[in-house]
Design a protein around this ligand. Structure first.
Ligand code: GDP
Length: 470
Protein backbone atom coordinates (compact mmCIF):
# COMPACT_ATOMS: atom_id res chain seq x y z
CA UNK A 1 0.00 0.00 0.00
CA UNK A 2 1.05 3.53 -0.69
CA UNK A 3 1.17 5.87 2.28
CA UNK A 4 -1.74 8.29 2.09
CA UNK A 5 0.19 11.16 3.62
CA UNK A 6 1.50 13.73 1.15
CA UNK A 7 5.27 13.51 0.92
CA UNK A 8 7.79 16.15 -0.05
CA UNK A 9 11.24 16.32 -1.50
CA UNK A 10 13.68 15.57 1.24
CA UNK A 11 16.85 17.65 1.57
CA UNK A 12 19.94 15.69 2.54
CA UNK A 13 22.61 18.35 2.99
CA UNK A 14 22.78 19.84 6.47
CA UNK A 15 22.74 23.63 6.87
CA UNK A 16 24.90 25.49 9.36
CA UNK A 17 23.55 27.13 12.52
CA UNK A 18 23.01 30.87 12.09
CA UNK A 19 25.11 31.66 15.13
CA UNK A 20 26.95 28.50 16.07
CA UNK A 21 27.00 27.63 19.76
CA UNK A 22 30.10 25.86 21.03
CA UNK A 23 28.46 22.66 22.24
CA UNK A 24 31.11 21.41 24.71
CA UNK A 25 31.20 24.87 26.33
CA UNK A 26 27.43 24.97 26.50
CA UNK A 27 27.27 21.52 28.06
CA UNK A 28 29.73 22.56 30.74
CA UNK A 29 27.63 25.45 31.93
CA UNK A 30 24.03 24.38 31.21
CA UNK A 31 21.83 23.51 34.19
CA UNK A 32 20.58 19.91 34.04
CA UNK A 33 17.03 19.45 32.78
CA UNK A 34 14.67 16.76 34.01
CA UNK A 35 11.16 15.88 32.91
CA UNK A 36 8.94 13.86 35.14
CA UNK A 37 5.48 12.37 34.94
CA UNK A 38 3.22 12.16 37.97
CA UNK A 39 1.62 8.77 38.36
CA UNK A 40 -0.58 7.06 40.89
CA UNK A 41 -4.10 6.05 41.71
CA UNK A 42 -6.97 8.47 41.24
CA UNK A 43 -7.27 10.61 44.38
CA UNK A 44 -3.73 9.80 45.48
CA UNK A 45 -3.16 13.54 45.69
CA UNK A 46 -1.20 14.02 42.45
CA UNK A 47 -2.81 17.29 41.37
CA UNK A 48 -2.68 18.81 44.85
CA UNK A 49 0.98 17.84 45.18
CA UNK A 50 1.98 19.35 41.84
CA UNK A 51 -0.09 22.48 42.48
CA UNK A 52 1.63 22.85 45.84
CA UNK A 53 5.05 22.33 44.32
CA UNK A 54 4.51 24.93 41.60
CA UNK A 55 2.98 27.36 44.07
CA UNK A 56 5.77 27.10 46.66
CA UNK A 57 8.44 27.36 44.01
CA UNK A 58 6.86 30.56 42.77
CA UNK A 59 5.88 29.26 39.36
CA UNK A 60 2.26 30.38 39.77
CA UNK A 61 1.41 33.89 40.75
CA UNK A 62 -0.74 34.66 43.76
CA UNK A 63 -3.39 36.30 41.63
CA UNK A 64 -3.88 33.09 39.73
CA UNK A 65 -4.26 31.13 42.95
CA UNK A 66 -6.73 33.68 44.31
CA UNK A 67 -8.79 33.29 41.14
CA UNK A 68 -8.74 29.49 41.42
CA UNK A 69 -9.78 29.66 45.08
CA UNK A 70 -12.72 31.88 44.24
CA UNK A 71 -13.82 29.63 41.45
CA UNK A 72 -13.54 26.46 43.52
CA UNK A 73 -15.64 28.03 46.27
CA UNK A 74 -18.20 29.01 43.65
CA UNK A 75 -18.78 25.40 42.60
CA UNK A 76 -18.52 24.13 46.16
CA UNK A 77 -15.18 22.36 46.00
CA UNK A 78 -13.21 24.66 48.25
CA UNK A 79 -10.17 22.44 48.72
CA UNK A 80 -9.58 22.01 45.02
CA UNK A 81 -7.72 25.24 44.27
CA UNK A 82 -4.22 23.73 44.48
CA UNK A 83 -5.27 20.71 42.47
CA UNK A 84 -6.31 23.01 39.64
CA UNK A 85 -3.03 24.76 39.15
CA UNK A 86 -2.06 22.27 36.50
CA UNK A 87 -5.43 21.90 34.82
CA UNK A 88 -5.91 24.10 31.88
CA UNK A 89 -9.42 24.14 30.60
CA UNK A 90 -12.54 25.06 32.51
CA UNK A 91 -14.24 22.04 31.03
CA UNK A 92 -11.87 19.82 32.99
CA UNK A 93 -12.55 21.79 36.16
CA UNK A 94 -16.31 21.42 36.02
CA UNK A 95 -15.98 17.67 35.72
CA UNK A 96 -13.38 17.47 38.46
CA UNK A 97 -11.12 15.06 36.58
CA UNK A 98 -8.03 16.01 34.65
CA UNK A 99 -8.21 14.55 31.16
CA UNK A 100 -5.40 15.57 28.86
CA UNK A 101 -1.61 15.67 29.04
CA UNK A 102 -0.09 19.01 29.78
CA UNK A 103 3.41 20.21 30.53
CA UNK A 104 4.49 22.84 33.05
CA UNK A 105 8.01 24.16 33.42
CA UNK A 106 9.73 25.39 36.55
CA UNK A 107 13.30 26.18 37.53
CA UNK A 108 15.33 25.95 40.71
CA UNK A 109 18.85 27.33 41.14
CA UNK A 110 20.18 23.83 40.45
CA UNK A 111 18.02 22.47 37.63
CA UNK A 112 15.23 23.06 35.12
CA UNK A 113 12.16 20.86 35.20
CA UNK A 114 9.23 19.93 33.00
CA UNK A 115 6.23 18.23 34.55
CA UNK A 116 4.35 15.99 32.16
CA UNK A 117 1.01 15.58 33.85
CA UNK A 118 -0.79 12.28 33.41
CA UNK A 119 -4.20 12.07 35.00
CA UNK A 120 -4.92 9.04 37.11
CA UNK A 121 -8.41 8.06 36.14
CA UNK A 122 -8.56 4.49 34.93
CA UNK A 123 -10.26 5.49 31.69
CA UNK A 124 -7.34 7.68 30.89
CA UNK A 125 -4.45 5.23 31.10
CA UNK A 126 -3.77 6.13 27.44
CA UNK A 127 -2.87 9.60 28.71
CA UNK A 128 -0.53 8.08 31.26
CA UNK A 129 1.16 6.16 28.45
CA UNK A 130 1.67 9.32 26.43
CA UNK A 131 2.96 11.07 29.56
CA UNK A 132 5.34 8.28 30.50
CA UNK A 133 6.67 8.20 26.94
CA UNK A 134 7.87 11.80 27.38
CA UNK A 135 9.32 11.55 30.88
CA UNK A 136 12.81 10.91 32.22
CA UNK A 137 11.56 9.83 35.64
CA UNK A 138 8.27 9.05 37.32
CA UNK A 139 7.01 10.60 40.53
CA UNK A 140 4.63 8.07 42.01
CA UNK A 141 2.15 9.55 44.44
CA UNK A 142 1.01 7.13 47.14
CA UNK A 143 -1.88 7.94 49.45
CA UNK A 144 -0.54 6.86 52.83
CA UNK A 145 -3.90 7.42 54.52
CA UNK A 146 -5.33 4.45 56.40
CA UNK A 147 -6.87 1.89 54.00
CA UNK A 148 -6.32 4.15 51.00
CA UNK A 149 -3.06 2.47 50.19
CA UNK A 150 -4.53 -0.99 50.38
CA UNK A 151 -7.50 -0.23 48.16
CA UNK A 152 -5.46 1.70 45.62
CA UNK A 153 -2.71 -0.81 45.40
CA UNK A 154 -4.16 -4.24 45.98
CA UNK A 155 -7.65 -3.89 44.63
CA UNK A 156 -7.63 -1.43 41.80
CA UNK A 157 -4.03 -2.00 40.91
CA UNK A 158 -3.57 1.30 39.12
CA UNK A 159 -0.35 1.98 40.99
CA UNK A 160 0.87 -1.37 39.69
CA UNK A 161 -0.18 -0.71 36.12
CA UNK A 162 1.52 2.68 36.11
CA UNK A 163 4.71 1.26 37.54
CA UNK A 164 4.77 -1.52 34.98
CA UNK A 165 4.19 1.00 32.22
CA UNK A 166 7.06 3.15 33.43
CA UNK A 167 9.41 0.19 33.54
CA UNK A 168 8.43 -1.11 30.13
CA UNK A 169 8.85 2.33 28.58
CA UNK A 170 12.40 2.71 29.86
CA UNK A 171 11.61 5.13 32.67
CA UNK A 172 14.02 3.59 35.12
CA UNK A 173 13.95 5.99 38.03
CA UNK A 174 11.08 6.45 40.43
CA UNK A 175 10.62 9.03 43.14
CA UNK A 176 7.92 7.79 45.48
CA UNK A 177 6.05 10.69 47.05
CA UNK A 178 4.67 9.09 50.22
CA UNK A 179 1.79 11.51 50.21
CA UNK A 180 -0.90 12.62 52.68
CA UNK A 181 1.43 11.78 55.58
CA UNK A 182 -0.42 14.45 57.58
CA UNK A 183 -3.46 12.16 57.65
CA UNK A 184 -1.51 9.44 59.52
CA UNK A 185 0.25 11.85 61.84
CA UNK A 186 3.57 11.30 60.03
CA UNK A 187 3.75 7.77 61.36
CA UNK A 188 7.07 6.11 60.66
CA UNK A 189 5.45 2.71 61.07
CA UNK A 190 2.95 3.48 58.32
CA UNK A 191 5.71 4.76 56.05
CA UNK A 192 7.88 1.69 56.60
CA UNK A 193 4.99 -0.71 56.14
CA UNK A 194 4.02 0.77 52.76
CA UNK A 195 7.64 1.05 51.69
CA UNK A 196 8.20 -2.59 52.51
CA UNK A 197 5.22 -3.75 50.46
CA UNK A 198 5.95 -1.49 47.51
CA UNK A 199 9.64 -2.41 47.46
CA UNK A 200 8.81 -6.06 46.94
CA UNK A 201 6.66 -5.12 43.96
CA UNK A 202 9.26 -2.76 42.46
CA UNK A 203 11.83 -5.50 42.67
CA UNK A 204 9.48 -7.94 40.97
CA UNK A 205 9.01 -5.47 38.10
CA UNK A 206 12.76 -5.12 37.72
CA UNK A 207 13.73 -1.87 39.45
CA UNK A 208 16.91 -1.78 41.48
CA UNK A 209 16.89 -0.36 44.96
CA UNK A 210 19.11 2.56 43.94
CA UNK A 211 16.63 3.60 41.22
CA UNK A 212 13.97 4.37 43.80
CA UNK A 213 13.77 7.29 46.24
CA UNK A 214 11.21 7.62 49.04
CA UNK A 215 10.07 11.00 50.33
CA UNK A 216 7.36 11.56 52.97
CA UNK A 217 5.22 14.58 52.02
CA UNK A 218 1.88 16.29 52.39
CA UNK A 219 0.82 18.04 49.22
CA UNK A 220 -1.99 19.60 51.18
CA UNK A 221 0.11 21.35 53.83
CA UNK A 222 3.25 21.47 51.69
CA UNK A 223 5.37 19.83 54.37
CA UNK A 224 8.32 18.04 52.82
CA UNK A 225 7.60 19.40 49.34
CA UNK A 226 9.87 22.43 49.10
CA UNK A 227 9.45 25.48 51.26
CA UNK A 228 7.59 24.11 54.24
CA UNK A 229 9.62 22.05 56.70
CA UNK A 230 8.49 18.79 58.23
CA UNK A 231 6.34 19.03 61.38
CA UNK A 232 7.75 18.06 64.74
CA UNK A 233 5.99 14.66 64.65
CA UNK A 234 8.27 13.74 61.81
CA UNK A 235 11.66 13.31 63.41
CA UNK A 236 12.64 9.99 61.83
CA UNK A 237 13.24 10.85 58.16
CA UNK A 238 16.62 12.39 57.56
CA UNK A 239 16.56 12.54 53.77
CA UNK A 240 15.90 15.48 51.47
CA UNK A 241 12.57 17.08 50.60
CA UNK A 242 10.84 16.32 47.29
CA UNK A 243 12.31 19.16 45.23
CA UNK A 244 15.86 18.56 46.49
CA UNK A 245 15.45 14.87 45.70
CA UNK A 246 14.36 15.78 42.17
CA UNK A 247 17.39 18.07 41.85
CA UNK A 248 19.67 15.17 42.72
CA UNK A 249 18.00 12.96 40.12
CA UNK A 250 18.25 15.81 37.56
CA UNK A 251 21.95 16.09 38.28
CA UNK A 252 22.49 12.36 37.73
CA UNK A 253 20.28 11.99 34.64
CA UNK A 254 21.29 15.34 33.14
CA UNK A 255 24.95 14.39 33.33
CA UNK A 256 24.19 11.13 31.60
CA UNK A 257 22.15 12.90 28.87
CA UNK A 258 24.94 15.38 28.17
CA UNK A 259 27.38 12.58 27.38
CA UNK A 260 25.35 11.52 24.36
CA UNK A 261 24.55 14.95 22.91
CA UNK A 262 27.46 15.33 20.53
CA UNK A 263 27.66 11.89 18.96
CA UNK A 264 23.95 11.40 18.37
CA UNK A 265 21.58 12.60 15.65
CA UNK A 266 18.90 15.16 16.42
CA UNK A 267 15.64 13.29 17.06
CA UNK A 268 12.50 15.12 18.11
CA UNK A 269 9.13 13.68 19.02
CA UNK A 270 6.39 16.11 18.11
CA UNK A 271 3.66 16.45 20.72
CA UNK A 272 1.62 19.24 19.27
CA UNK A 273 1.35 21.44 16.19
CA UNK A 274 0.50 25.01 17.17
CA UNK A 275 -1.48 26.97 14.59
CA UNK A 276 0.47 29.67 12.79
CA UNK A 277 -0.85 32.48 10.66
CA UNK A 278 2.31 32.81 8.60
CA UNK A 279 2.68 31.20 5.23
CA UNK A 280 4.99 28.19 5.09
CA UNK A 281 5.58 28.30 8.83
CA UNK A 282 4.98 25.44 11.23
CA UNK A 283 5.19 25.74 15.00
CA UNK A 284 5.78 22.43 16.71
CA UNK A 285 6.33 21.56 20.34
CA UNK A 286 7.93 18.41 21.65
CA UNK A 287 10.90 16.75 23.22
CA UNK A 288 14.44 16.14 21.97
CA UNK A 289 14.97 12.41 22.20
CA UNK A 290 18.63 12.75 21.25
CA UNK A 291 21.28 15.14 19.91
CA UNK A 292 20.95 18.91 19.71
CA UNK A 293 19.49 21.64 17.48
CA UNK A 294 20.27 25.28 16.73
CA UNK A 295 18.46 27.94 14.69
CA UNK A 296 19.51 27.81 11.06
CA UNK A 297 19.83 24.03 10.93
CA UNK A 298 17.63 22.00 8.59
CA UNK A 299 15.55 19.09 9.83
CA UNK A 300 13.23 16.58 8.20
CA UNK A 301 9.78 15.80 9.58
CA UNK A 302 8.47 12.24 9.14
CA UNK A 303 6.35 10.68 7.71
CA UNK A 304 5.80 13.61 5.28
CA UNK A 305 9.56 13.88 4.72
CA UNK A 306 9.45 17.64 4.47
CA UNK A 307 12.73 19.39 5.16
CA UNK A 308 12.38 22.65 7.07
CA UNK A 309 14.74 25.21 8.49
CA UNK A 310 14.61 25.86 12.23
CA UNK A 311 14.00 29.57 12.59
CA UNK A 312 13.48 29.94 16.33
CA UNK A 313 13.73 27.75 19.41
CA UNK A 314 11.52 28.68 22.37
CA UNK A 315 12.05 27.15 25.79
CA UNK A 316 10.81 27.17 29.39
CA UNK A 317 7.93 28.72 31.26
CA UNK A 318 8.24 32.03 29.45
CA UNK A 319 9.06 30.46 26.10
CA UNK A 320 12.31 32.43 25.85
CA UNK A 321 14.20 32.34 22.59
CA UNK A 322 17.33 30.20 22.97
CA UNK A 323 20.35 29.44 20.77
CA UNK A 324 20.42 25.69 21.32
CA UNK A 325 18.34 22.81 22.68
CA UNK A 326 19.75 19.43 23.70
CA UNK A 327 18.58 15.91 24.47
CA UNK A 328 15.84 15.90 27.09
CA UNK A 329 14.72 19.50 26.50
CA UNK A 330 11.07 20.35 25.82
CA UNK A 331 10.95 23.15 23.27
CA UNK A 332 8.81 24.84 20.67
CA UNK A 333 10.37 25.05 17.20
CA UNK A 334 9.36 27.60 14.61
CA UNK A 335 10.04 26.09 11.20
CA UNK A 336 10.36 27.83 7.85
CA UNK A 337 9.58 26.22 4.45
CA UNK A 338 7.08 24.01 6.25
CA UNK A 339 3.63 22.69 5.45
CA UNK A 340 1.94 22.51 8.83
CA UNK A 341 -1.11 20.76 7.40
CA UNK A 342 0.99 17.63 6.88
CA UNK A 343 2.48 17.55 10.37
CA UNK A 344 0.72 16.18 13.44
CA UNK A 345 1.35 15.11 17.02
CA UNK A 346 3.20 11.79 17.01
CA UNK A 347 5.34 12.69 14.00
CA UNK A 348 9.10 12.61 14.43
CA UNK A 349 11.70 15.10 13.19
CA UNK A 350 15.35 14.26 12.63
CA UNK A 351 18.63 15.67 11.34
CA UNK A 352 18.66 15.72 7.52
CA UNK A 353 21.41 13.13 7.35
CA UNK A 354 19.31 10.66 9.32
CA UNK A 355 16.50 8.53 7.89
CA UNK A 356 13.44 7.33 9.72
CA UNK A 357 11.26 4.62 8.25
CA UNK A 358 7.52 4.83 8.25
CA UNK A 359 5.55 1.66 7.80
CA UNK A 360 2.50 -0.34 8.71
CA UNK A 361 4.34 -3.52 9.64
CA UNK A 362 6.67 -4.01 12.55
CA UNK A 363 8.45 -6.80 14.33
CA UNK A 364 8.30 -6.46 18.10
CA UNK A 365 9.77 -8.09 21.10
CA UNK A 366 6.86 -8.32 23.50
CA UNK A 367 6.34 -8.93 27.15
CA UNK A 368 2.74 -9.80 27.88
CA UNK A 369 1.01 -8.70 31.09
CA UNK A 370 -1.81 -10.44 32.83
CA UNK A 371 -4.46 -11.13 30.16
CA UNK A 372 -7.91 -12.69 30.25
CA UNK A 373 -7.55 -14.24 26.82
CA UNK A 374 -4.47 -15.39 24.93
CA UNK A 375 -3.01 -13.45 22.01
CA UNK A 376 -3.51 -15.18 18.65
CA UNK A 377 -2.60 -14.31 15.08
CA UNK A 378 -5.35 -11.88 14.09
CA UNK A 379 -5.97 -10.56 17.62
CA UNK A 380 -6.68 -6.86 17.35
CA UNK A 381 -5.50 -4.23 19.83
CA UNK A 382 -4.51 -0.56 20.12
CA UNK A 383 -0.87 0.24 19.58
CA UNK A 384 0.61 3.18 21.51
CA UNK A 385 3.90 4.78 20.53
CA UNK A 386 4.53 8.06 22.32
CA UNK A 387 1.44 10.18 21.69
CA UNK A 388 0.38 8.04 18.68
CA UNK A 389 -2.46 5.62 19.05
CA UNK A 390 -3.37 3.25 16.19
CA UNK A 391 -5.53 0.14 15.77
CA UNK A 392 -3.42 -2.89 14.89
CA UNK A 393 -3.42 -6.68 14.89
CA UNK A 394 -1.01 -9.52 15.41
CA UNK A 395 0.01 -10.81 11.98
CA UNK A 396 2.40 -13.52 13.11
CA UNK A 397 3.66 -15.12 16.29
CA UNK A 398 7.32 -15.78 15.56
CA UNK A 399 8.66 -17.36 18.72
CA UNK A 400 8.72 -17.24 22.47
CA UNK A 401 11.96 -16.10 24.06
CA UNK A 402 13.59 -16.22 27.46
CA UNK A 403 12.29 -13.32 29.57
CA UNK A 404 15.68 -12.60 31.04
CA UNK A 405 17.66 -13.27 27.88
CA UNK A 406 15.56 -12.33 24.83
CA UNK A 407 18.25 -13.54 22.43
CA UNK A 408 17.45 -17.07 23.49
CA UNK A 409 14.58 -18.55 21.49
CA UNK A 410 12.46 -20.97 23.48
CA UNK A 411 9.87 -22.22 21.02
CA UNK A 412 9.26 -21.48 17.38
CA UNK A 413 5.92 -22.83 16.30
CA UNK A 414 3.56 -21.14 18.70
CA UNK A 415 -0.19 -20.90 18.32
CA UNK A 416 -0.93 -18.44 21.09
CA UNK A 417 0.65 -16.30 23.78
CA UNK A 418 -0.44 -16.34 27.39
CA UNK A 419 0.11 -13.98 30.31
CA UNK A 420 3.62 -13.01 31.41
CA UNK A 421 5.43 -14.38 28.39
CA UNK A 422 8.22 -12.90 26.31
CA UNK A 423 7.97 -13.34 22.55
CA UNK A 424 8.83 -12.05 19.11
CA UNK A 425 5.75 -11.10 17.08
CA UNK A 426 4.87 -9.30 13.88
CA UNK A 427 2.09 -6.74 13.82
CA UNK A 428 0.35 -4.62 11.25
CA UNK A 429 -1.57 -1.40 11.56
CA UNK A 430 -5.14 -1.95 10.42
CA UNK A 431 -6.32 1.55 9.70
CA UNK A 432 -4.27 2.45 6.68
CA UNK A 433 -4.75 6.15 6.87
CA UNK A 434 -1.34 7.36 7.76
CA UNK A 435 1.97 5.62 8.16
CA UNK A 436 3.62 6.13 11.49
CA UNK A 437 7.31 6.91 11.73
CA UNK A 438 9.07 4.34 13.87
CA UNK A 439 12.50 3.89 15.33
CA UNK A 440 13.85 0.58 16.44
CA UNK A 441 14.84 0.02 20.02
CA UNK A 442 18.45 -0.15 18.82
CA UNK A 443 18.21 3.33 17.27
CA UNK A 444 16.67 4.91 20.36
CA UNK A 445 15.89 3.09 23.60
CA UNK A 446 13.10 5.48 24.43
CA UNK A 447 11.41 6.12 21.08
CA UNK A 448 11.54 2.47 20.07
CA UNK A 449 9.03 1.44 22.74
CA UNK A 450 5.38 0.52 22.30
CA UNK A 451 2.46 -0.47 24.49
CA UNK A 452 -0.47 -2.71 23.49
CA UNK A 453 -3.93 -2.26 24.97
CA UNK A 454 -7.16 -4.13 24.48
CA UNK A 455 -10.62 -3.62 25.99
CA UNK A 456 -9.33 -0.86 28.25
CA UNK A 457 -6.44 -2.86 29.65
CA UNK A 458 -2.73 -2.86 29.02
CA UNK A 459 -1.94 -6.33 27.68
CA UNK A 460 1.70 -6.02 26.67
CA UNK A 461 4.69 -3.76 26.24
CA UNK A 462 7.37 -4.12 23.67
CA UNK A 463 10.34 -2.79 21.82
CA UNK A 464 10.58 -2.43 18.05
CA UNK A 465 13.06 -4.87 16.53
CA UNK A 466 12.44 -4.31 12.82
CA UNK A 467 10.52 -2.01 10.55
CA UNK A 468 9.22 -4.18 7.76
CA UNK A 469 8.09 -3.27 4.28
CA UNK A 470 5.27 -5.27 2.88
P1 GDP B 1 -5.49 13.16 42.20
O1 GDP B 1 -6.74 12.53 41.72
O2 GDP B 1 -4.42 12.12 42.41
O3 GDP B 1 -5.00 14.29 41.37
O4 GDP B 1 -5.79 13.72 43.69
P2 GDP B 1 -6.16 15.19 44.19
O5 GDP B 1 -4.96 16.03 44.24
O6 GDP B 1 -7.32 15.70 43.42
O7 GDP B 1 -6.58 14.90 45.70
C1 GDP B 1 -7.59 13.97 46.02
C2 GDP B 1 -8.16 14.25 47.40
O8 GDP B 1 -7.17 14.09 48.41
C3 GDP B 1 -8.67 15.67 47.56
O9 GDP B 1 -9.86 15.63 48.31
C4 GDP B 1 -7.58 16.38 48.32
O10 GDP B 1 -8.06 17.44 49.07
C5 GDP B 1 -7.02 15.27 49.18
N1 GDP B 1 -5.57 15.47 49.45
C6 GDP B 1 -4.64 15.75 48.52
N2 GDP B 1 -3.42 15.87 49.08
C7 GDP B 1 -3.58 15.65 50.42
C8 GDP B 1 -2.68 15.63 51.55
O11 GDP B 1 -1.47 15.87 51.44
N3 GDP B 1 -3.22 15.34 52.76
C9 GDP B 1 -4.54 15.10 52.93
N4 GDP B 1 -4.97 14.83 54.15
N5 GDP B 1 -5.42 15.11 51.89
C10 GDP B 1 -4.96 15.39 50.65
Amino acid sequence: DEPTVRTYKKVTTPTKPRKAVNIPEYLKTAKPHLSFVVLGHVDAGKSTLMGRLLYDIGAVDTNHIRKLKKESERIGKGSFALAWVMDQTTEERERGVTVSICTSDFDTPKANFTIVDAPGHRDFVPNAIAGVSQADVAVLSIDCGTDAFESGFNLDGQTKEHTLLAKSMDVNNIVVAMNKMDSVNWSQERFMDIKYKLSAFFEEVGFHEDQIKWVPVSGFSGQGVFKIAYPKEQDWYEGKCLVETLEDVAQAIGTEAKKAVEDCPFLFSILEVIPSKKNEEAIISGKLGSGSIQPGETITVYPSEQSCVVDKILKGKNQDQVGIAIKGDFVTLKLRHAHAEDIQGGDIAASVDYTISASQNFQLQLLTFKMDRPLLPGTSFMLFRGVCEQPARISKLVSTVDKHNPEKILKKKIRHLGSNQAAIVEIELTERKRWIPMLTFKENRHLGRVVLRKDGRTIAAGSVLKIMNK
